[in-house]
Design a protein around this ligand. Structure first.
Ligand code: DC
Length: 235
């Protein structure tokens, strides 16, 4: 557990979709007593709002002007469930389940590529991290949101490994889909996330790279805690 006298740091974990970064970030935050923020959930919440208002749909380009105009009406907050997990709220409504749907996954990358959406969410993320003691995961946390973060991790794994993991999650939630559909979504999101003009996914020069394709969850968590102790000067 984090001791009150310890110097708090910012931990940025970036990587591809379904690389396991959210689970590892959440577990690290829990182990060291830090706050965990899933920045992807924020892009997903904006996307859900846009779907519900007819500004975007799977296979259709977003109405960028309408999405930008609606930003002042989109309020995202986080609550904590009794089991300690994060609940994403959109205008006060629990949308944690809905933002994980296949429709949101299919529409989120084009929404996340809109510069005004990014500016609004990056400002909110920076505000959430102003007191440090935070683990945030996403695509541009170590490069754009907190370029000064003391600890930066860049997570990678093959598209097949990631699609397999995502499929297992969706099957567990009872979502009807196939490996091919999930793999196509992973590959298409990788492409958009890497090639968009505004804050594309890339490794910060000072980030530590982790390829977890062949690592167990336990190995990965132990590796991360080790990095934290080293960087926070506890070792
Ligand atoms: O991590 P995730 O799959 O829940 O992220 C959903 C989408 O949001 C993903 O396609 C890219 C985008 N995203 C982003 O552009 N920047 C972030 N910091 C986090 C997510």
């Amino acid at each position: 557990m984090n001791q009150p006298s310890e110097k708090k740091i910012i931990i940025a974990i970036d990587g591809f979709s379904s690389s396991g970064k959210s689970s590892m970030a959440r577990q690290l935050a829990k182990s060291i007593g830090y706050r965990y923020i899933d920045s992807g959930a924020m892009y997903r919440a904006v996307t859900l709002y846009a779907i519900e208002h007819g500004y975007v749909a799977p296979g259709r380009d977003p109405d960028v002007d309408a999405v930008e105009a609606s930003l002042p009406h989109i309020h995202i907050s986080f609550a904590i469930a009794p089991d300690g997990s994060q609940i994403t709220e959109l205008n006060g409504r629990n949308v944690e389940q809905q933002i994980r749907s296949m429709a949101v996954s299919q529409c989120v990358s084009p929404i996340a590529a809109i510069p005004q959406v990014r500016h609004a969410l990056v400002a909110m993320q920076q505000q959430l991290g102003r007191d440090k003691g935070i683990v945030m995961d996403g695509r541009d946390i170590g490069t754009t949101v907190f370029p000064e973060a003391e600890m930066k991790i860049y997570v990678n794994a093959s598209p097949q490994t990631r699609a397999q993991r995502r499929l297992a999650e969706l099957v567990e939630k009872g979502v009807a889909t196939s490996f091919e559909e999930v793999l196509a979504n992973v590959i298409s999101r990788d492409h958009i996330d890497r090639t968009r003009a505004e804050s594309p996914l890339r490794k910060a020069p000072d980030a530590i790279e982790l390829d977890n394709s062949t690592m167990s969850i336990a190995q990965q968590d132990a590796w991360l805690i080790d990095q934290y102790h080293r960087i926070a000067g506890l070792k």
